[in-house]
Design a protein. Structure first.
Length: 136
């Protein structure tokens, strides 16, 4: 198991979070819409209940969030075949395209944000990231 020093975690999380929030804002998505779209596009379809629990939103807020994504044509609702009481969310071709474009832009945005880091922070981050097995 790779050891990442605790002092490096806040830096990694801060830059990663800023990159994600920047992508959401550039694409006129709320942070929750951004997260929901990202989760739905990684699945064939996702149950309302499951996604709502992951996002930890009350039903009224979640419904409003889904309405916004649906109005933009990024997701669509459908009834579950096995249980007609259950609703599923499925990403549309436009939703998958937007998610793909955001994934492609993420490294450039992260690089831009990292340009604001001090040389010591960059060295610390580079050393920490070099310990992650999936980046080697």
């Amino acid at each position: 198991m790779t050891h990442i020093p605790l002092h490096a975690i806040p830096h990694l999380v801060t830059y990663w979070t800023l990159a994600k929030l920047s992508l959401a804002q550039l694409n006129k998505l709320t942070p929750y819409q951004f997260m929901a779209l990202g989760l739905v596009t990684t699945q064939k379809s996702m149950a309302f209940k499951e996604l709502r629990q992951i996002l930890a939103l009350p039903m009224s807020s979640f419904t409003f969030l889904v309405d916004g994504l649906e109005k933009r044509g990024l997701v669509k609702r459908k009834r579950a075949v096995h249980d007609r009481r259950q609703w599923l969310l499925k990403s549309t071709p436009d939703g998958r395209k937007l998610a793909s474009e955001m994934r492609e832009k993420e490294p450039a945005i992260l690089q831009s944000l990292l340009s604001l880091a001090s040389p010591d922070e960059k060295a610390s981050l580079a050393e920490t990231l070099s310990r992650l097995p999936f980046l080697q």
